[in-house]
Design a protein around this ligand. Sequence first.
Ligand code: HEC
Ligand code: HEC
Length: 285
Amino acid sequence: MSRSRSSLLFWTVLFLAFGAGGSLAYIYSGIYDISATKQHTRLVYWVMSTARRQSIKTHAAGDVLPPDVADANLVSAGLVLFDRHCSQCHGAPGIAPGPIGLGMAPSPPNFAQMGRDLPAEEMYWAISNGIKLTGMPAWAFRLSERERWALVAFLKRSTALTPADYRAQRDRLASAGVGEATSRDSGGRWEPDGAAERGRVAIQQYACATCHVIPGIRGADAQVGPSLEGIAERLYIAGNLTNTPAHMVEWLRDPQKINPLSAMPDLGVTERDARDIAAYLYSLR
Ligand code: HEC
Ligand code: HEC
């Protein structure tokens, strides 16, 4: 290696080492202000909003076939769902976001702006998968595919609704019982291959990590419940049921039916999600 090449290498390595060291020092110093009352710096805002826009565009491209989003029944079902699950953050015609939405940074975008800006399949993707680091929840484990398309249909039509129309329709639909029971099929394009892999996603989506140590799940180090490490070797589930897959599903779906004094709540886990979660848990040796 020539002398000038090796000195270039030396300075590059030194520069990178200082850069990495400086970033670590900055992070550990706690100088960065993460409060939601301070707006993002221009750079952080640019990084976050550009990454969000580009990521949604890239991931939504492909094989989703939107149903007819102009279908009036779909729009009505969407209105009811939006009122129940989304308006507290995104507002609705003539309705301000609630305290949760108002206190967030970044602010959840206004429903009408989203309806105008986003193509149907990008909306569908964002609704199904949520958006990390913003507070936008994923709905794939909460609402069926049809319900998620209904929300898209509503958002696409929402700019045509006056506040009076919105209220009148909402009250009419509520008294007709539209959207009473929300079904959940947990479908979604993102679906990974195999039950155990899907179970891993479900574990995250049911917040199991907030109470248990679970190998392979980032941040699952809580001590509210017992560690699930090696649960496959355990003879009993929660000291009550013999450890079989069927009993595991039963426990996950309604722990308090088995032990009314248990601190583990009924999380509304569907049959399929429980089976996939069990597949993941039994894969932990
Ligand atoms: C807890 C508050 C909250 C709830 C509830 C919520 N959202 Fe969001 N939503 C957000 C935030 C925050 C963002 C991202 C804002 C950003 O990155 O600028 C977002 C982003 C979105 C986007 C993408 C917008 C874009 O321009 O990329 C869509 C679409 C969306 N939400 C639809 C919905 C629907 C439909 C519901 C109800 C099923 C819903 N949201 C419920 C907070 C929420
Ligand atoms: C609010 C806290 C909490 C949440 C959330 C929670 N659990 Fe639990 N879990 C517990 C507690 C507490 C116990 C012990 C209950 C008992 O023995 O009655 C328990 C017990 C269990 C057991 C039996 C463990 C053993 O050692 O026999 C399994 C398996 C389990 N939970 C899995 C899950 C999964 C999977 C999820 C997510 C779908 C979950 N838990 C969500 C608190 C929680």
